[in-house]
Design a protein around this ligand. Structure first.
Ligand SMILES: Nc1ncnc2c1ncn2[C@@H]1O[C@H](COP(=O)(O)OP(=O)(O)OP(=O)(O)O)[C@@H](O)[C@H]1O
Length: 289
């Protein structure tokens, strides 16, 4: 795992001003990170910190006004629309909400065939590929004839993952893909993400507000705060020895299943907050994370 697939350098995203005389809103303030082929990079941070915006920038869906995003050695900003479309199948996305991300009036087979036939795959081959995809995400082969509403949230998310896999991408932007699921379903879907990566070598940019989820899956972790990356490194190091005060608080705020450990965490968090309140040079505003 050494080849750099994505190189994000000093990226700035500014959303247009809402109203006369207002300034554009700077959602990313010079963000840098890289993703290697076959790697999972976890992106964690509180709501509004810019995680989704970074994923959208990578997908060409956010107004990038500074810096560069290089994919497989190519600067995305300098690609023609045609070249960008040609790359589209290599970078796919799985969204948070499995209830709204699938067309309710299409069968699962139609949903999965769509990207394949749009790329001129003959219908017979596309049907065979759909059967493989259902198998890859551990759904029964007769699932193809059913509608999204006949499935649970976890099963629908499996369909969304199958659709993302249809064109054999090299990178999937996963934007809070398990946040809408209950805990035991989350665990099974996370295992599926892992299994798929081991089998296909796909890379993930895995966006989540949940440190436990990110820690479970990621090789490296970036922590976002107010449009900046405040911590970036190996998942083990970032999650067990966080250096930045914001990461320390995020980590201590994360729920843990063990009540004794949870109580200890609460105490540590209390002490940390108290010490940060005393320290007026802290770079982080002391609000509850
Ligand atoms: N289209 C938009 N126009 C204007 N501002 C936006 C737009 N999209 C996002 N923002 C703002 O950019 C900031 C970052 O939003 P973003 O959705 O990237 O955060 P996030 O970390 O993914 O949050 P969440 O976990 O709640 O999804 C927020 O202040 C948000 O209000």
């Amino acid at each position: 795992m050494s080849e750099t697939l994505v190189d994000i350098r000093d990226v700035v995203v500014e959303y247009p001003a809402k109203g006369l005389g207002k300034k554009p809103f700077r959602a990313l303030k010079g963000v840098s990170l890289d993703i290697k082929a076959g790697e999972t990079v976890g992106l964690v941070g509180e709501s509004g910190s810019g995680k989704t915006t970074l994923g959208r920038a990578l997908l060409g869906l956010a107004p990038v006004t500074g810096g560069s995003i290089t994919y497989d050695g190519r600067d995305l900003a300098t690609l023609s629309k045609k070249a960008r479309r040609g790359l589209a199948h290599e970078i796919q996305v799985v969204f948070q909400d499995p209830y709204t991300s699938l067309n309710p009036s299409m069968t699962i087979e139609q949903i999965l065939m769509e990207p394949l036939t749009a790329r001129d795959m003959p219908a017979k081959d596309a049907r065979a590929r759909v059967r493989n995809l259902l198998d890859e995400v551990r759904l029964p082969s007769n699932a193809g004839q059913r509608l999204p509403r006949e499935f649970s949230g976890g099963q629908r998310q499996r369909v969304a993952i199958a659709r993302a896999l249809a064109l054999q991408p090299r990178l999937i932007v996963c934007d809070e893909p398990v946040s809408a699921l209950d805990l035991s379903t989350q665990a099974r879907v996370l295992e599926l993400f892992k299994e798929i990566q081991e089998r296909t070598g796909v890379a993930y940019l895995f966006v989540s507000h949940d440190l436990a989820v990110v820690r479970h899956l990621s090789h490296r972790v970036a922590v976002m705060y107010h449009g900046e990356i405040v911590e970036w490194g190996e998942a083990e190091a970032v999650t067990t020895h966080p250096q930045h005060p914001y990461t320390q608080r995020l980590f201590l705020a994360a729920p843990v299943p063990d009540p004794v450990l949870q109580q200890r965490r609460r105490q540590e968090r209390h002490e940390l907050l108290a010490s940060q309140n005393r320290d007026s040079t802290s770079t982080v505003a002391v609000a509850a994370v």
